[in-house]
Ligand binder design. Structure first.
Ligand code: G1P
Length: 273
């Protein structure tokens, strides 16, 4: 039912300078795979094969990664190194990639609106690659797609965070209607702990209905002077329904050095098998 996944990938990745001076943060490796490849694989696990990527200046490595490298393929053909390309070949054989550029960085809401032409008039997923999720069973996006099939409205993935951490996130409050499912009644972008409606923080997984684009066009700059998806979602919940879902799994904030190192250790154990 959800056929496209939007990847906002134009941000500067300032928390990872100087690495991100000439390299996209989405290409940071967790063991041997770039962060964004984990994101694409998560989308595939949810039955989504059309990847819509909002890029910016200095992000060409992303396009090259999701493409064939003829010279490399030729060099390693028939050698024991070919297996290292198995996963990426599977992606290239099954997925399509479309790109558009965000010319000015005006916030996550603006990045999502920039992707409108790639999405069109259908519900879609949004995945922020620097939030890496790890699961034993269904991926977070797959869990969310199942909920979408039942409720047919926008959904945000949330987790409880320390109250001192709420100022890093979009924060929601609402009423529980089902196991792990909450009807959102308030949402704030990066509140301080005194004003936060709860400690339930939005992480980088969303399912959005396409009316969000019209709302985003009318959304004024909010926190930090940026167009915030949080503000557009609050508008959507006033006129309809938005759900928050407490997902199963562990999420690593790989946009921060601490989260990146934690994820590296966990994924290295898996890699060693
Ligand atoms: C963005 C959103 C925020 C959300 C977060 C999840 O913030 O604006 O609401 O909680 O992603 O990672 P950013 O981390 O891009 O500042």
């Amino acid at each position: 039912m959800i056929k496209k996944c939007l990847f906002p990938a134009a941000g500067y990745g300032t928390r990872f300078l100087p690495f991100t001076k000439a390299m996209p943060k989405e290409m940071l490796p967790i063991v041997n795979k770039p962060l964004m490849q984990y994101g694409v694989e998560e989308a595939m696990s949810a039955g989504i094969y059309n990847m819509a990527i909002v890029t910016g200046r200095g992000k060409r490595a992303i396009e090259d990664h999701f493409d064939i490298s003829y010279e490399l393929e030729h060099q390693i053909k028939g050698t024991d190194k070919e297996i290292y390309l198995n996963d990426i070949r599977k992606i290239l054989n099954t997925c399509s990639f479309s790109y558009t550029r965000q010319i000015e960085m005006k916030g996550l809401g603006h990045a999502i609106l920039t992707g409108e032409n790639l999405i069109g008039n259908e519900p879609f997923a949004v995945l922020l690659s620097d939030d890496l999720c790890d699961n034993n069973g269904d991926s977070v996006l797959k869990q969310m797609c199942k909920i979408y099939e039942k409720y047919r409205c926008s959904i945000v993935a949330v987790e409880e965070v320390e109250i001192n951490e709420v100022s890093k996130y979009g924060v929601i409050s609402g009423k529980k209607i089902d196991n792990n499912i909450i009807v959102v009644d308030n949402m704030m972008e990066k509140p301080n702990k005194e004003e936060a409606p709860s400690n339930l923080a939005v992480i980088g997984r969303y399912i959005l209905t396409p009316d969000i684009f019209q709302i985003l066009k009318n959304t004024k700059p909010g926190k930090n002077g940026e167009i915030q998806i949080t503000d557009a979602l609050l508008e959507q919940c006033k006129n309809g329904m938005v759900l928050a879902y407490k997902f199963n799994g562990t999420r690593y904030d790989c946009g921060s050095v601490d989260g990146f190192i934690k994820a590296t250790n966990v994924f290295y154990q898996k890699y060693k098998g």
